[in-house]
Ligand binder design. Structure first.
Ligand code: PEP
Ligand code: MN
Length: 249
């Protein structure tokens, strides 16, 4: 899946699939706003074992159903090789999350499915390590990998992570793979998502991936960083317009 075919790509969805209603409502907002893909977590890698872990297979099926209802391809995270068959069957793109960027068994396994892979940079990984992780997938004969900058861990604690936007042009120097930016997990709060998305467009990213929710205050996961679904269309329009503006050389 070459996400660059459609120009700047905006991938959107809730952090986690929570219910049929929530998924369908979010998917409609994503589709109406011109999203290129719908994303939701079914198995969530949470820092605390006491946090909501996702609906598992049920969540995956709700995501697939919402994708079908709106005509959007779907992406979800694979956290465990035991779910590979099911995820490969129901998702169009398989996400490998930041925490699993160097889970080499998982990378090799997804590479073997031939499905497009969205690979997130680990919060402490160098760009070289990210590129080598991508090679675990490409070594299986699968060149369909999208790289995703999602913030790295620094001393700064004013936001969740530090979005490393320099990663975008540097990755583009070093690889032909598409590079997208996830400002939601980097920032941890909604107000920063649009300015960081505009900045991602300005540094030449191929797209952004953002969290949206019909009712972020009630979200079971990552509500504070989720855009209101009703605001998505305006957001997407402004960011796509910024991506079309010619950049200074
Ligand atoms: C996610 O994309 O839902 C997620 C958990 O992000 P990350 O792997 O970047 O922490
Ligand atoms: Mn999230």
């Amino acid at each position: 899946m070459d996400i660059r075919r459609e120009g700047f790509s905006v991938i959107a969805g809730p952090c986690a699939a929570e219910s049929r209603e929530q998924m369908l409502e979010t998917a409609r907002a994503a589709a109406d706003g011109g999203a290129s893909m719908l994303r939701a977590g079914a198995w969530k890698p949470r820092t605390s074992p006491h946090s909501f872990q996702g609906l598992g297979e049920e969540g995956l099926r709700l995501l697939a159903e919402a994708g079908e209802a709106t005509g959007l391809p779907v992406v979800t995270e694979l956290v465990d090789v035991r779910h590979l068959e099911l995820v490969a069957e129901l998702a169009d793109v398989i996400q490998i999350g930041a925490r699993n960027m160097q889970n080499f068994a998982l990378l090799t396994a997804v590479g073997g499915t031939g499905k497009p892979v969205l690979l997130k940079r680990g919060p402490s990984a160098t760009l070289e390590e990210l590129l080598l992780a991508a090679e675990y997938v490409t070594c299986e004969g699968n060149d369909d990998v999208i790289l995703c900058e999602r913030g790295i861990r620094t001393f700064e604690d004013a936001y969740r992570y530090t979005l490393d936007l320099a990663a975008v042009p540097v990755l583009k120097e070093r690889t032909h793979l598409p590079v997208i930016v996830d400002p939601s997990h980097a920032a941890g709060r909604r107000e920063l998502v649009e300015p960081l998305s505009l900045a991602a467009a300005a540094v030449g990213a191929d797209g952004v991936m953002v969290e949206i929710h019909p009712n972020p205050d009630e979200a079971l996961c990552d509500g504070p960083q989720s855009l209101h679904a009703e605001d998505f269309a305006g957001f997407a329009e402004r960011v796509k317009a910024a991506a079309r503006e010619p950049q200074a050389a």
